[in-house]
Design a protein around this ligand. Structure first.
Ligand code: TYD
Ligand code: MG
Length: 455
């Protein structure tokens, strides 16, 4: 007898009763009635694979180090943590139309050319449509097997016979397990399909990529639960209207999280961008007020990013605070510190903050660059165009130390910058042709660059 339960399609939480709002994630109208999973077969298969007991020291001696395969697309290999690990399960999430299928077809071809046996299963497009895409990408000669299939049982049978090394499931929302009594795309279906595919892949040492569409709320539709089942979660992101795409590792059991790969969508598919710093800076011929270059770190790589601010008198009672590519709360904090510690108010002014190139920054080290951009916009005074800025601002207005100052400075030097403004606590010193100006306080910084603005 199948029990029914009420599942939230946004976060996967299971409730005893229907409700208009999910208590777990706060989303409205996301709870629907579903037949509970029959957990039998899946559990048994996992047990068989992991049931044996052994000592940790056994593991070390018995298992050879992971044999990773590099596909040769550096931007993809790096985000995986240095190539594909056999038997790993990877979730690639992103908005519809962002380029997930394109990316994975290219990756599939690249791995196939390195000698892996690759099957690309599409539940969204017919084989002829995938062919057309492959044509456009000039990949028709790659030895990738295509299958247009949505029935999980048929897919597992095929995988059982073909014994591939690498499988792509595009997308997990279209897969459908016939022992689960709810519609394809529902949380139960997605969870069952993801579970069986990953368990099967682990048992056979097959690497599997699950493609997942993201809902408006930013979660992969339904199955945040899928994120827990896989080893690696990658998001493919980009701003509409920009051709740049960023593949970001948000979880990785086999490498650093926060690693990014940068691509450009062209008429012939995705091309790698090997020097992202150049891309995230708009044409910077002459210095402009409100524009500051931040020397950031994304994963293991330094990236220079341009931060742009616009400050204008507001006609509104509650002035606008508009942010693209950075955290709203963090902007509020920087504005509050500027006001409380340095006496610079933004009341009555609209503030717009934008990270150039469709990039998204989460590092607190960008605080000082944001403060500099805001001040520069407010005072209509450009910063020197050949200077990078980085540093975290504490609530007291002190500039806090940040990590990897050395690689930030090296990247700036490489790209022709001549000076940096940084927290006093970093070890780096000025060298021939490159000045490092160290400051310990936000107010010192403002006086240094903009003069005494305290009225
Ligand atoms: P797609 O990979 O189908 O997105 P997803 O699988 O994430 O839904 O990408 C679709 C978009 O990419 C579509 O708008 C067309 C564009 N595109 C190009 O610009 N160049 C190309 O070579 C290809 C294949 C797609
Ligand atoms: Mg697609």
């Amino acid at each position: 007898m199948a029990k029914t339960s009420f599942v939230c399609s946004a976060c996967g939480a299971v409730h005893k009763k229907w409700a208009g709002r999910c208590d777990d994630c706060g989303a409205w109208n996301t709870i629907s009635e579903e037949k509970a999973l029959s957990a039998g077969p899946a559990k048994k298969s996992l047990g068989a694979a992991r049931g044996q007991r052994m000592a940790l020291s056994d593991l070390k001696t018995r298992d050879a180090p992971l044999q990773r395969t590099l596909c040769g697309m550096d931007e993809f290999d790096r985000v995986l943590g240095g190539g594909l690990v056999p038997g790993s399960a990877i979730l690639v999430g992103g908005d519809p139309g962002i380029g997930k299928s394109t990316l994975l077809l290219q990756a599939a071809a690249a791995f196939a050319r390195k000698g892996l046996k690759v099957i690309y299963v599409s539940g969204e497009e017919a084989a002829s449509q995938i062919r057309m895409r492959a044509d456009r990408l000039k990949l028709t000669d790659a030895p990738v097997q295509l299958a247009a299939e949505t029935n999980l049982r048929d897919i597992l049978t095929t995988l059982d016979q073909e014994k591939p090394d690498f499988v792509i499931i595009d997308s997990i929302q279209t897969m459908w397990a016939d022992h689960v009594e709810s519609a394809p795309g529902s949380v139960s279906q997605v969870r069952a399909a993801a579970h069986e595919l990953t368990a099967f892949a682990k048992r056979r040492g097959i690497s599997v990529v699950l493609v997942g569409h993201v809902t408006k709320e930013g979660q992969i539709a339904g199955p945040r639960v899928v994120e827990h089942m896989v080893d690696t979660v990658l998001y493919f992101e980009g701003e509409r209207g920009h051709q740049f795409r960023i593949l970001r590792a948000v979880k990785n059991r086999f490498g650093p999280a926060d690693e990014i790969g940068v691509f450009e969508m062209t008429g012939r598919g995705l091309e790698q961008v090997t020097n992202p710093s150049a891309l995230f800076m708009s044409e910077r011929e002459k210095p402009a007020p409100g524009s500051v270059v931040f020397a950031g770190i994304e994963g293991t790589r330094p990236v220079l990013v341009e931060i742009q601010a616009l400050v204008a008198p507001s006609p509104l009672a509650t002035p606008r605070r508009n942010v693209v590519g950075w955290d709203n709360g963090r902007l509020a904090m920087v504005l509050a510190v500027l006001e409380a510690r340095c006496g610079i108010a933004f009341a009555g002014m609209d503030v717009y903050l934008n990270i150039a190139g469709g990039m998204r920054i989460s590092e607190p080290a960008a605080d000082l660059a944001v403060a500099a951009a805001l001040m520069s916009a407010r005072e209509q005074k450009p910063l020197d165009a050949r200077t990078v800025v980085f540093g975290e601002i504490s609530l007291s207005g002190a500039l806090r130390p940040i990590t990897q100052a050395e690689s930030r400075l090296k990247e700036a030097t490489k790209l022709g910058f001549r000076a940096a403004i940084a927290p006093a606590s970093i070890k780096s010193v000025s060298s021939d042709g490159f000045t490092v100006k160290k400051l310990s306080d936000l107010e010192d910084f403002i006086i240094e660059i903009f003069g005494n603005t305290r009225k």
